[in-house]
Design a protein around this ligand. Structure first.
Ligand SMILES: [Mg+2]
Length: 106
C-alpha cells in the first residue's frame, strides 16, 4: 500500500481563502524577518528606503489580522495556556542568554 492518498482542497470557500491569506501573510513576515537578520533591524530597504523596523511591524499586523480572521471563521480553539507556556520558555531562554553574555564579558 502506497502512502499516496486523495487530497482535495478545503471545500469551504471562506476557510480556504482565510487559510491562504494566513499562509501568504506568514510568508511575508518570514521575508522581512530574514531581511532584519541579514541586514539589521534598524537598517532600510536599499531601493525604497523603507525602514526594516516599519516593514516588520506592518507584516506583524498583517499576520495578526489574517490569523484573527481565520480564528473567527473556524470557531476559535486558541490555546492560551500553550501560548503562555511558550512565552515563559522564551523568557527563560532570554535570561540564560543574558547570563551567558554577562559571563562572557567578565
Ligand atoms: Mg503583508
Amino acid at each position: 500500500m502506497s502512502g499516496i492518498t486523495l487530497w482535495k482542497p478545503e471545500p469551504d470557500v471562506l476557510i480556504h481563502q482565510a487559510l491562504g491569506k494566513a499562509c501568504e501573510e506568514a510568508t511575508e513576515l518570514a521575508g522581512i524577518l530574514a531581511r532584519c537578520l541579514i541586514q539589521g533591524l534598524d537598517q532600510s530597504e536599499p531601493v525604497t528606503g523603507k525602514p526594516n523596523r516599519q516593514a516588520l511591524f506592518e507584516e506583524i499586523a498583517d499576520l495578526d489580522a489574517a490569523v484573527q480572521w481565520l480564528r473567527e471563521l473556524v470557531n476559535d480553539e486558541y490555546d492560551g495556556d500553550r501560548a503562555d507556556r511558550k512565552l515563559n520558555g522564551f523568557r527563560r531562554w532570554q535570561r540564560m542568554l543574558e547570563e551567558d553574555m554577562q559571563e562572557a564579558a567578565e
